[in-house]
Design a protein around this ligand. Structure first.
Ligand code: L34
Length: 310
């Protein structure tokens, strides 16, 4: 069915007389939470355990605090148990490893995350390796990254999974498309490039993974049917880099000081939205795009704990 859909969209995009569609992550994530809340009700009715998610937050980074607090609220809305472990910025690696050990052995905790970035004096790799892969709902442990790469059932990192879910729900055609991912981080760019090249829907793309050493990035982007911008540079993707009818996914979320805002900052994506959007078939906004979908994907992974266990 989606092959037919591709052709339909191709025809549509050739004409370019259809309006651009904003991929609404806020609305879609709210819908996902509703669906999960129903499943929680079912679990309860069957007398089964309701998933319990924990998060470790080290330090006082404002953005991390916002994200983690939102994740706790999401748990409450969905009906999951939640535990927030806040540790001071001076926490040593040994202390953090101890907290992780505790969560690994806590029978009541089904899954947990260690919010990134961590303070500089802590070795991130060491920390991610200490997480029990069965509880690694972020999908960052090498064992789970390996499974994802082989397309085996596992936890998939939340941001790329959230993007895939958004593409799926809006039925964005992906088969045979040229997809350009900008940024090769372990938590977004790299897994995104793997997922979109897999033999799935969404997937079956021809993926180009671009990074700081890439030559002729603009030209490569102009050839893309799908662009995933995940480099963390506000407004990096400009209109001249985007083909008519492209689908543009904006993962960037940079805080810029702005005294006219109550919060004291505004959020900027990696895409110059106002200039790029008129050329697009689909585009995600910032905020309200990939961010909320990241959180929804974490909730989906946490629900999966029960399924992957049996
Ligand atoms: N361990 N660390 C771990 N797992 C993750 O999956 C993350 N990530 C990224 C940073 N570190 C992590 C997140 O949770 C990014 N991220 C994230 C989560 C939520 C939002 C953005 C990024 C989000 O809710 N964004 C809102 C706006 C929030 C605001 O007001 O600042 C949005 O509408 O985009």
């Amino acid at each position: 069915w989606w092959k037919k859909r591709n052709d339909e969209y191709d025809a549509r995009n050739a004409l370019r007389n259809e309006p651009m569609v904003v991929l609404d992550g806020k609305e879609t994530s709210a819908k996902i939470r509703q669906e999960l809340a129903l499943k929680v009700k079912e679990l309860k009715a069957q007398g089964r355990k309701v998933p319990h998610l924990a998060a470790i937050l080290v330090g006082e980074d404002g953005a991390s605090r916002t994200y983690v607090n939102a994740k706790v609220r999401d748990c409450e809305e969905v009906g999951f148990g939640s535990t927030l472990i806040k540790l001071p910025a001076e926490t040593t690696e040994a202390e953090l490893l101890k907290a992780i050990g505790k969560l690994n052995h806590d029978e009541d905790i089904d899954g947990y995350i260690v919010q990134l970035p961590l303070p500089k004096h802590i070795d991130e790799t060491k920390i991610l390796l200490a997480v029990d892969p069965r509880k690694d709902v972020d999908g960052f442990h090498p064992q789970n990254v390996g499974k994802m790469t082989l397309n085996l059932p596992t936890y998939i990192p939340a941001t790329p999974q959230g993007i895939v879910e958004l593409l799926r729900r809006y039925e964005v055609p992906t088969e045979g498309k040229n997809c350009v991912v900008i940024g090769r981080s372990n938590i977004v760019g790299s897994p995104m490039s793997i997922l979109l090249s897999q033999h799935n829907y969404p997937g079956n793309c021809t993926v180009t993974l671009c990074h700081s050493r890439t030559r002729d990035l603009e030209e490569i982007c102009r050839n893309a049917d799908i662009i995933v911008a995940a480099l963390g540079r506000p407004g990096f993707v400009t209109a001249d880099m985007v083909k008519e009818g492209a689908c543009v996914i904006d993962v960037g979320i940079t805080r810029i000081d702005d005294s006219s805002k109550k919060s004291g900052f505004r959020l900027l994506g990696d895409v110059d939205f106002d200039a790029v959007a008129p050329k697009c078939s689909f585009i995600t906004p910032v905020p309200g795009g990939v961010g909320p979908m990241t959180r929804a994907a974490l909730m989906m992974n946490t629900m999966k704990v029960t399924e992957l266990e049996d």
